[in-house]
Design a binder for this molecule. Structure first.
Ligand code: GLY
Ligand code: MN
Ligand code: MN
Length: 437
């Protein structure tokens, strides 16, 4: 759990950055309609949650350093007993102050009326410029409404600034409690992966494994951090496969990319295992290249190394492996320089991980790769995908898709794999699959 004091400290940090001539606004996203009058389950937008600890829609946070009514304020809904009967407990104005530690809170219905007074005399408005047209328009409307007040034009903000890079820079470093949440979501997904390995049998359907994943994750009061990918046989080569509706065939592999979410922090884990519990010789050959690439990439995760180094290490191992199997031709340098490996390895080796599965944060700045630092969390996820239609490839390899993905914390001295509880080597996986759940 992230404590209210940590959310408050984040707001204070932004207050310090923007100073007393500015105001910052972060808005909760709206409820999304699924179809007809049925909504999607509400999940707060990550930046809004990161700054507030508030789970509710119809809310908006303001940081206004030095303002007489409070440095930080939450506009949210008043507790409405009719709504409580239908939808359950609400935050309300009092709890916004006592539980979320806002200096002040106001009814969201009074937002348009109070904004000119709050914005008055501030030069700059920081918000997620360009991310939500409705908010973009509102900020302009509020700015104009200051001009119409008796204070006059000189009191209206005259600069709109994106808050994105400031929040990105904060979110990329995880606190102790954030790391605890991420460890928990990795543990929950890890035990679900183990259970899927242990229940898998030829003849089952991909959705049966999905059900097993959901059973394990929801039993821990968690939920998937993204739509699970459960690809049997050649479906493993479809990178964003989410249909999960085909039968699992004896002799094939199944690739499962599935993570859990705890306190909105994501895990993102992939394993590829044999449906009947034993890898074939051809499957082992490809698997071990990907595993070696994974090991080489993880070894490059340490402070002082740069973002590209794990990827470059993985590419080197995969390119050499593909050359050794005769799947690509040329020297190692040529295969890497000409991206010949990319027919079989077409994505990058990882991404930042946090409140969003593809978390915010730069990968390069001014053409230079970002340096890895302690408390950053990233995924390492090399893979090889050989299309069933790859006519130039020996038949035994066609339709094999393998990815191994783990969540890796950069520590002071190196790294820690948060998702280490799922077996990764062929022997470990075959052994665990012998023991049914
Ligand atoms: N599950 C999405 C990814 O691995 O990036
Ligand atoms: Mn990933
Ligand atoms: Mn993934």
């Amino acid at each position: 759990m992230i404590k209210p004091a940590e959310f408050k400290a984040r707001r204070q940090q932004i207050a310090k950055i923007i100073g007393t001539d500015s105001i910052a606004i972060v808005k909760a996203k709206d409820v999304a309609i699924r179809n007809g009058d049925a909504d999607y389950k509400y999940r707060p937008e990550s930046n809004f949650y990161y700054m507030t600890g508030c789970h509710e829609p119809h809310s908006l946070m303001i940081i206004c350093p030095g303002y007489e009514k409070g440095d930080d304020m939450l506009f949210c809904r008043e507790v409405d007993h009719h709504n409580v009967i239908w939808n359950g407990p609400m935050l309300g104005l009092d709890d916004a102050k006592s539980k979320l530690l806002f200096d002040n809170s106001f009814d969201i219905k009074s937002l348009d009326r109070l904004m000119p007074e709050i914005m008055k005399g501030r030069d700059k408005v920081y918000f997620m410029l360009g991310e939500d047209t409705k908010l973009d328009n509102k900020v302009v409307e509020w700015t104009n409404s200051v001009k119409k007040e008796k204070w006059g034009k000189s009191q209206a903000p005259h600069e709109l600034v994106s808050l994105k890079s400031y929040l990105d820079d904060m979110r990329v470093y995880k606190s102790k409690d954030e790391i605890k949440c991420m460890q928990k979501s990795a543990n929950i997904a890890a035990q679900a992966h183990v259970k899927m390995m242990q229940t898998c049998k030829p003849g089952m359907y991909e959705y049966n494994l999905n059900a097993e994943f959901m059973r394990n994750v929801t039993n821990e009061n968690s939920q998937p951090s993204y739509l699970p990918i459960i690809g049997g046989g050649e479906n493993a080569c479809i990178l964003h496969y989410v249909n999960n509706n085909q039968q699992l065939q004896n002799g094939d592999l199944v690739l499962i990319d599935a993570g859990a979410e705890c306190d909105y922090y994501a895990s993102d884990i992939t394993r590829t295992f044999p449906i009947n519990g034993k890898y074939s010789k051809a499957q082992k050959e490809i698997y071990n290249i990907v595993l070696d690439a994974h090991t080489a990439a993880v070894a490059k995760v340490k402070p002082g190394n740069h973002w590209n180094e794990p990827h470059d290490a993985a590419v080197k191992v995969i390119a050499q492996g593909l050359i050794d199997l005769g799947l690509v031709k040329g020297t190692l340098d040529e295969v890497i320089k000409d991206h010949k490996y990319a027919e079989f390895y077409m994505h990058k080796t990882g991404h930042w991980l946090g409140l969003d599965v593809h978390d915010c944060g730069d990968y390069s700045v001014d053409g230079l790769w970002v340096e890895l630092e302690a408390n950053m969390v990233l995924t390492i996820e090399p893979g090889i995908y050989i299309s069933a239609d790859a006519k130039k490839v020996p038949k035994k390899y066609r339709g094999i898709g393998i990815r191994i993905e783990d969540d890796v914390l950069v520590t002071k001295t190196g790294s820690k794999i948060l998702s280490d509880k799922v077996p990764r080597s062929i022997d470990e996986i075959e052994t665990i699959m012998e023991k049914s759940a």
